[in-house]
Design a protein around this ligand. Structure first.
Ligand code: SER
Length: 585
């Protein structure tokens, strides 16, 4: 069965059970700066899971485009993907465990005709927050799951929540037995030897976890389910990896035809990252140095590096995208109209990266010749660091080039220098900030917090892709530059002012935490130049309206700011506007 047929069967089945088919939300969440990309079908539905009425009713189904980049470095193996499609069905305070489990069982065994012997399920084993899920286990037995095919696990396996806070609950997961031999007597669905593959997850969402880790009951009991389309397609077709299904195969074959060196991991990385980049660009994403744009840039650059490894002419990016569009346009009709735009964005980014690489390679050759002349067969870590720091040349590329030239590289020294540099720039940015606030003036601290509020308010008024491009604070005023393609209307200015003043009146708490840069990006924290920050960063949050990487200092509560007024809005440079604003008592 092809992926598109599985998708259609799914939507039709749930439609026949009273569900409304709703469209996939964009990959780039609307009005939600707290996450980078849509990572699950439930994400756009959070307000409705919390009790708001959905216009399409209490039973919904859809296919949802998703991107998850936590495992980006794992892509290249036989299963990890950053972009995938999730099929889902939801009960918003409508049916619960019994009906949900019966429908899943029927869909798997009747519609997809999976033999029942191949299915195992897991349910929540219970703890102090929530009882053992005997109800789900009973429902599975009643539906027809075989004896000995039901397993009980704890929160690590059978509890689902998006992030740290939000609607959540115990889940029941369905596993497909690939027929591979058991890896040991203890081989179970939780084991990742590859015998069992998770195919579907039904979450019984009746709890809310707050920031302090406390659970409370939601006003309604929901069901949230997710089935990974690429994985299901692979299993039903008896393939070893998703790359062997029709979703990737034409591109994988073309890459194999174009390559001059054979590397399966690189082929998968190129195919996977180009597909993910194409989908993100189609939904409006653009490469940049912040947030989503930074993730997209990493995906594209990683694809390019691996095209180089395979020795494929980078101009072939257009050929590969054209094949994807042709192949996937039935599933994603907008790809066809956006094809030229997608290719243009990829080619522009490729050209930028090629410049970085060319420049860096020249410098590398110089450094290598110097080493050789000095009678050394080793490139110093300091050289690797300089190439990285001055030319943005990735250290792994330096290493590869050195290997090609039969030179050694002191990566250990590089790592040490890198760490020391991070520590220095960390102290430096904190110091620089203090310097900017000479005299530790209270008023400048207030302006600084007001800057974060303005940044957040502009996103609400002008769109989530509005970002800070510069700022300057004196004791008299603040100046704030941001991307925006038009002169702000009076209404937009007024709205922005109102939002900031509302947040000031709400006297929101300002909190600070330290976290890894990666976690900060994942948490959706705003930041201007992610590459300039050290590995460990400080993140300032204002209530739940703003989250930014920043050295501080800030006021403790927004009420201290007093009032906020925009004095002027003007052009700063192409596509960049500037606001001058003042605060008062
Ligand atoms: N939200 C759950 C998941 O992502 C079910 O869809 O697994």
């Amino acid at each position: 069965m092809k992926a598109i047929d599985i998708r259609n069967k799914y939507l039709k089945f749930f439609e026949s059970k009273g569900h409304s088919v709703i469209p996939s939300a964009p990959l780039i969440p609307e009005n939600d700066p707290s996450v980078l990309f849509t990572t699950a079908g439930m994400q756009p539905l959070v307000p409705y899971l919390l009790g708001q009425k959905h216009p399409a009713g209490t039973r919904l189904t859809d296919y949802q485009k998703c991107v998850r980049t936590n495992d980006i470095d794992e892509v290249g193996d036989n299963r990890h993907l950053t972009y995938f499609e999730m099929l889902g069905n939801w009960s918003l305070g409508d049916y619960f465990k019994e009906e949900s489990i019966q429908m899943s069982f029927d869909f798997l065994t009747k519609e997809l005709q999976i033999p029942v012997e191949k299915l195992s399920v897991t349910v929540f084993k219970g703890d102090e927050d929530c009882p053992r899920d005997e109800v789900a286990a009973e429902c599975w037995k009643k539906a027809g799951i075989l004896d000995g095919h039901i397993y009980y696990y704890g929160k690590d396996d059978n509890w689902w929540i998006a992030g740290e806070e939000g609607p959540c609950g115990p889940d029941t997961e369905m596993f497909y037995d690939t027929g591979k031999p058991a890896c040991s007597e203890n081989c179970q669905p939780s084991c990742d030897c590859g015998k069992y593959v998770e195919i579907w997850n039904n979450v019984f969402m009746e709890y809310f976890k707050d920031k302090d880790g406390k659970y409370s009951k939601l006003s309604q009991r929901n069901v949230d389910t997710g089935l990974g389309l690429e994985r299901m397609t692979m299993l039903l077709q008896g393939k070893e990896t998703p790359f062997d299904t029709e979703l990737f195969k034409p591109v994988m074959d073309k890459i194999a035809e174009l390559q001059k060196v054979d590397k399966i991991e690189s082929r998968r990385i190129v195919a996977e990252h180009l597909r993910a980049s194409m989908m993100i660009i189609a939904d409006g994403g653009r490469p940049s140095n912040v947030d989503r744009g930074y993730v997209l840039r990493r995906l594209i650059r990683r694809a390019i590096r691996h095209m180089n490894k395979l020795q494929i002419d980078l101009a072939e990016i257009s050929t590969l995208i054209a094949i994807y569009v042709e192949n996937l346009k039935k599933m994603y009709p907008d790809l066809e109209t956006k094809k030229d735009e997608i290719i243009a964005v990829l080619v522009e980014e490729k050209d930028k990266f090629v410049k970085t690489l060319t420049h860096g390679e020249k410098e590398f050759t110089k450094a290598m010749n110097n080493s050789k002349q000095a009678g050394k067969n080793k490139i110093d870590g300091a050289v690797v660091f300089k190439l990285y720091d001055t030319y943005g040349f990735p250290p792994e590329v330096t290493k590869e080039l050195a290997e090609e030239n039969e030179m050694e590289v002191d990566m250990k020294e590089f790592e040490e220098l890198f760490k020391a540099h991070q520590e220095k720039s960390r102290q430096g940015s904190a110091q620089k900030f203090k310097g900017g606030l000479a005299g530790d003036s209270e008023i400048e601290t207030k302006y600084h917090t007001a800057t974060h509020l303005l940044n957040a308010a502009l996103k609400l008024v002008l769109g989530a892709d509005t970002h800070q491009r510069g700022s300057n604070i004196t004791t008299e005023r603040m100046r704030f530059d941001f991307n925006c393609d038009h002169k702000m209307t009076d209404e937009e200015k007024q709205k922005t002012e109102e939002i900031v003043n509302k947040w000031i009146q709400e006297d929101l708490p300002v909190t600070v935490e330290e976290m890894s840069k990666e976690d900060a990006i994942k948490s959706g924290a705003e930041c201007m130049f992610i590459e300039k920050y050290p590995d460990i960063v400080t993140v300032y949050s204002i209530g739940d309206v703003s989250k930014e990487l920043c050295g501080g200092p800030h006021v403790k509560h927004t009420g201290e700011i007093g009032t906020f007024k925009i004095k002027k809005e003007e052009a700063s440079s192409a596509g960049i506007r500037r606001i001058k604003a003042v605060i008062g008592d």
